[in-house]
Design a protein around this ligand. Structure first.
Ligand code: HEM
Length: 131
């Protein structure tokens, strides 16, 4: 593909291919399939939300309305190291589909959001107050 602009269509490519990899990943698939299901029909609402989410992030479209922090806090606890796996697959996908410059923009955004989610999920104020 490698189109030089970001469009709703190329965002869909990123989201579809990325979650295609997630659904086959031995570490990530159980968490996603547990929360969403395994059928195509069960995945459609999640994919639609993710198109809107990435459209809001990359194009400023404001299509996404939701609370990702709360959604992730409500999941059964999972290892923080899985964020590295998530980011690696997202980065790999971005580099496959977009120009290097656009891929870098996706990757940079994904890292910032992952940091903020990790902060919300794993940071405990008590950890920093030596007891
Ligand atoms: C290991 C890391 C991650 C895991 C295991 C994970 C897992 C999940 C799961 C299972 C859902 C579906 C929840 C549901 O519908 O009940 C979800 C939703 C979502 N995730 Fe993640 N996620 C991870 C990292 C990220 C990152 C890094 C981002 C953003 C860059 C992200 C953005 C979102 C968004 C926007 C939603 C939709 C929330 C909504 O329903 O409004 N996630 N995630």
């Amino acid at each position: 593909m490698n189109t030089p602009t970001i469009t709703e269509a190329t965002i869909r490519l990123q989201v579809d291919r990325f979650y295609g990899k997630v659904r086959k990943d031995t570490q990530l698939a159980p968490i996603f399939n547990g929360a969403i299901g395994t059928d195509e029909a069960e995945w459609q609402p999640h994919l639609q939300r993710m198109y809107d989410f990435w459209s809001s992030i990359m194009l400023g479209s404001r299509k996404y309305r939701g609370n990702p922090m709360k959604k992730h806090q409500d999941l059964p606890a999972f290892d923080a190291a899985l964020f590295d796996r998530w980011l690696a697959l997202f980065e790999e996908t971005a580099r496959e589909l977009h120009t290097p410059k656009i891929a870098e923009r996706y990757i940079a955004k994904s890292k910032v959001i992952a940091e903020s989610l990790k902060y919300g999920l794993y940071f405990r104020p008590a950890d920093s107050i030596a007891g």
